[in-house]
Write a protein that binds this ligand. Sequence first.
Ligand SMILES: [Zn+2]
Length: 396
Amino acid sequence: MEYPMISFNGGRPEADGTYSEQTKAGMIGVIIHEVGHNFFPMIVNSDERQWTWMDEGLNTFCQYLAEKEWDYNFPSRRGEPQYIVDYMKSDKSVLSPIMTSSDNVISLGPNAYAKPATALNILRETVMGRELFDYAFKEYARRWAFKSPEPADFFRTLEDASGVDLDWFWKGWFYGVEPVDQDLVEVDWFQVDSGNPEVTKAAARAEAQRRAGTISKQRDAATKAETVVAKDSTMKDFYNSYDPYAVTDADKKKYQDYLATLSPDERKTLETNAGTNFYTLSLKNKGGIPMPVIVRMQFEDGTDSVARFPAEIWRFNDVSIKKVIATPKKVTQWTLDPFQEIADIDTENNSFPRVAAPTRFQLFKQQQRFGPQGPNPMQQQRRANQPPATQGSGKN
Ligand SMILES: [Zn+2]
């Protein structure tokens, strides 16, 4: 924990005056961070010996927000959910909950700085929304300025200032070591059976044609001319020309009789949902932390839409749930967490149907002349702009 009165060590340019983007971001980031400590823990005076996350975590979160105010493209090292994935993925024996006394924390950087900063960012963007979160977070700073809050004071203030029950969130992110891993196991597709024979018989015909394409049928078709009924027409009867999928007057009457049994409300429900697609999504919480479910639907017509369900979707079963989504358009692809906002540690099980992600490999190549980092882009640019060294002309 470096505090503002201590000089910053870092952010030095190279001898030629150039500096890498990392050096630049590190310099700006550390200044923002150390100035931030004026607030946490200097004004909101938590006990950093006991709970490192209460100053470093909160301050790293504020640093992330301030960096975005500096430049929304700022390459922040901590705060984006995807950057905590490697840590959350690690073996549980080397993980400790955020709520661990500082002396016992393993990996203080990811545990006390990055994970709480990321959790708060997720709380702000995905669970509560910016407006509500910002109000509650500021309320914590207002209430506890020049006092000594404990973790429970932070948890309680964020809940009662916002009116949102966040017990599940603190339990998952602050008291546990489990990661987030949502699995979209499968999607089942349902459509309303209208009972209209024009629709049902056409569908039955299409299905029968699909089933008829067996290898034997394809090969037998080549010998059709040799069959008994082909050679001798007296062997044919009614069923040789009968079309079971043709709509008959009897079918139409049956349909009208069915409609007559429906109440006006039932009829309306049937009409409204005639073309609706009902999808049942089977979801598994493989990681452990129950999180909001965000799912993108890509439709047959090329458009898409995103549905969001709060974490309460898991309240009766935090392992396995089903969710029905009704849409007039047919969905061709489903994707969980399309904006990388919940720190899901395995995204291969986020799509249905599954989409294979390529793993790229390179040819073995001899190592570059410049060691692991090489010249920074500023140096490269400067070298490229220098005129070539002039040859001696023979005259002095
Ligand atoms: Zn710090």
